[in-house]
Write a protein that binds this ligand. Structure first.
Ligand SMILES: Nc1ccn([C@@H]2O[C@H](COP(=O)(O)OP(=O)(O)OP(=O)(O)O)[C@@H](O)[C@H]2O)c(=O)n1
Ligand SMILES: O=C(CO)[C@H](O)[C@H](O)COP(=O)(O)O
Length: 434
């Protein structure tokens, strides 16, 4: 992704009471799969390395709640600021921290570009953030837009239709938005109480007070704002779904193992987001730590070691040491490659029996271990695949194919590897369905 040359920070207004959603807890603190909504938005910003500071603005009574969320989920680069009685007043308070350097706990640099993003829009990606920031650098202001779903109409005083807008000419203004800091800050400084109390559009303030016509950037459908109760359910389903959508393939550095990893990577990548790394599990690998904290919950660990259980134990130890909150079941699929000539298929299955015992233990910690045996018999030049699980979910199959079938183009290869794919897919998603 294109590097960002400007200093960029973000303000996340999270000081509302969520009246339209109803309920005692403001929507930004409602839990989705065990994590508060606001934490998803913070995490989305935090994952973007070129965003320096993240200001979260909350109402005075929720400052402690927000601080405990930051602590619990290990958020970094976040400063909590007291909000106002309207969204504009909250955003203004957030911006003041940079301009007036009021933060009590650390010195915050005034950024060249500031992103404003509602804390109740959890699915913002780096791609759209980059687009609005680059456009703001060029035009002074920029914001994400979406096509209108319904036509906008105005009613007269008598409650009857006064006029209706031509839908194709209008757009829904969404978030994120980005501004040259000086432009949006000057706009807020000049705005009237009426603007601060009744306005809903930051882009409009930049236009009204700084004559800046914001660049409008087409956004993705998942930028919508959680507003009603049904939005919480929709957001939860998206989160559950995305947990099954990424997997990390871990291999050691041996050639045959790396090759198996490559083949599985190639065949899985059409279905899920795959990251492949080759490391020795005996070392504490920082890349793997990043993958843990990036909240990947599915791992395919390929090795050809005699003591496969020890290998998976190392991975479990690293996972536990990483202190990542295990909010969802972690799926570890141990692919045991047996490439030695003498060992029979049943010995491999014995090792899998050992894994079963181990799997029962770690299941108590919300870590689900599955075993998959792939055996290559040098003499017969055939491969066998055996599947085994620690729960009676499914997948007990045994296949074999000849080494030459392992060419990526070969139809037999894709047919057989698709069985492995299905196994991986089912294991990763079965646990999130409840
Ligand atoms: N005084 C306020 C009001 C709103 N917001 C924030 O602005 C964002 C978008 O506002 P909206 O969806 O309208 O939130 P609420 O005001 O909480 O919702 P409602 O209008 O239903 O009460 C939310 O993240 C909300 O927390 C804020 O920081 N300070
Ligand atoms: O829509 C917006 C941009 O124009 C803002 O994101 C904001 O959410 C509007 O807040 P409210 O729902 O309080 O009017």
């Amino acid at each position: 992704m294109e590097p960002v040359s400007a200093a960029v920070s973000a303000v996340l207004p999270a000081g509302g009471s969520g009246e339209r959603l109803g309920g005692a807890t403001p929507k930004q603190f409602c839990g989705l799969q065990g994590r508060p909504l606001v934490s998803y938005a913070v995490r989305a910003m935090e994952r973007v390395s070129w965003i320096s500071d993240i200001i979260v603005v909350v109402s005075p009574e929720n400052i402690e709640t927000m601080k405990s969320i930051i602590e619990k989920y290990g958020h970094k680069r976040v400063t909590v600021v007291k909000g106002g009685i309207t969204r504009h007043r909250s955003i203004f308070n957030g911006l003041k921290v940079f301009a007036e350097n009021q933060s009590s706990n650390r010195l915050l640099q005034k950024p060249e570009v500031v992103i404003i993003h509602d804390a109740v829009r959890p699915f913002v990606e780096e791609d759209i953030l980059l687009k609005v920031v680059m456009a703001a650098k060029e035009h002074g202001a920029a914001g994400a837009i979406r096509p209108l779903v319904s036509t906008v109409i105005a009613s007269g005083e008598d409650g009857c239709l006064d006029h209706s807008l031509e839908r194709a000419r209008y757009r829904a203004s969404e978030m994120p938005q980005a501004f040259l800091f000086d432009i949006i800050y000057q706009a807020y400084q000049q705005c009237t109480d009426h603007d601060l109390d009744y306005g809903t559009e930051c882009l409009h303030l930049a236009l009204k007070y700084c004559k800046t016509n914001a660049k409008l950037v087409e956004g993705t459908a998942d930028l919508w704002k959680v507003t009603y109760k049904r939005d919480l359910y929709a957001a939860e389903s998206i989160i559950k779904d995305s947990l099954s959508q990424q997997i990390c393939i871990i291999t050691d550095v041996k050639e045959a193992v790396v090759q198996a990893g490559f083949l599985l990577h190639e065949s899985l990548k059409n279905q899920v987001k795959v990251e492949a790394i080759s490391i020795s599990l005996s070392k504490n690998d920082s890349h793997l730590q990043n993958i843990f904290s990036g909240e990947c919950y599915n791992f395919l660990c390929i090795n050809d070691k005699e003591y496969a259980t020890e290998e998976i134990q190392k991975l479990v130890d690293m996972l536990e040491k990483s202190n990542v909150p295990l909010l969802y079941p972690v799926v570890l699929i141990l692919v045991h490659l047996n490439i030695s000539e003498n060992i029979s298929f049943s010995i491999g299955l014995e090792e899998l029996t050992k894994i079963k015992k181990f799997a029962r233990e770690v299941k108590k910690k919300n870590i689900l271990v599955y075993g998959l045996l792939i055996q290559y018999k040098v003499t017969e030049r055939t491969w066998h695949i055996g599947g085994d699980t620690n729960t009676p979910i499914k997948a007990n199959f045994c296949l074999s194919w000849r080494q030459k079938d392992l060419s990526l183009q070969h139809p037999l290869y894709s047919q057989k590897l698709s069985k492995v794919n299905n196994f991986v897919w089912e294991m990763c998603s079965a646990n999130r369905k409840t």
